[in-house]
Design a protein around this ligand. Sequence first.
Ligand SMILES: C[S@@+](CC[C@H](N)C(=O)[O-])C[C@H]1O[C@@H](n2cnc3c(N)ncnc32)[C@H](O)[C@@H]1O
Length: 239
Amino acid sequence: MKDIVRANFDASVDAYDAYERRTGRFTALARLLAAEMDSRGGSLDAVLDAGAGTGVSTRVFAEESTRTVALDISREMLREIESAPRVEGDFDHLPFADRSFDGVAFTASLFLVPDPAVAIREAARLLQPGGVVGAVAPLGWVTGDGTDVFADLERDSRSPTGAEEVEAALESEFAVTTGTWRFATTADDLRLFHSIPAMAARLYPKLSAEERVEKARDLLNSLEGTFEQRWRWIVGVTE
Ligand SMILES: C[S@@+](CC[C@H](N)C(=O)[O-])C[C@H]1O[C@@H](n2cnc3c(N)ncnc32)[C@H](O)[C@@H]1O
């Protein structure tokens, strides 16, 4: 599964950057997460940006800390980062010494692994006493009356987002605070999100990158108006 995730993101760099340029959504998520981590932890001098992607969240955490390290499993995503040291690696085997960070941030990344609890044990190992871990995971899109936008849309996969597993993983190691962020989103932005091959994979996991993006475009073509996009945030401090 991780090889598939890596390949999906390797093929997603341009579409990911296009979505971020238009919406600024991942920057907003990282800023909100950094604020929550900052208010609960001690100093955030050294931060691991776990699942750094093209560096959107890295730039935000670098503003808050004196040392930010960007780690990602996708070499192509990571290649875009110039603002911080880059490490190609997997959440389940973080190549750093015990107690080497004050914060570990998973901005829209931890829900992508089969077992978030393994990654969270690794994050706990890396943290200094009083350190803080943060994660953001998607809850999906709803219409004005609270209906899931995808409820009546036929697609190949109905896989859960993984937000519950992410929350449970943090709860197993940390004292946790959690909440939901809501963003007004247009149908065009929802289509742009699914023009990212790694995101279209949640609808059509077995198709090639080009085919799944095309099918997602067809599926979402008739959507109009605005929706609410929801993200769960979870912040844990060492007990
Ligand atoms: C949706 S992107 C978020 C990127 C960035 N945090 C941001 O805010 O723009 C998720 C990132 O997590 C990375 N990722 C997924 N599984 C991973 C794993 N097991 N180890 C390390 N990185 C992983 C992906 O390669 C991808 O770059």
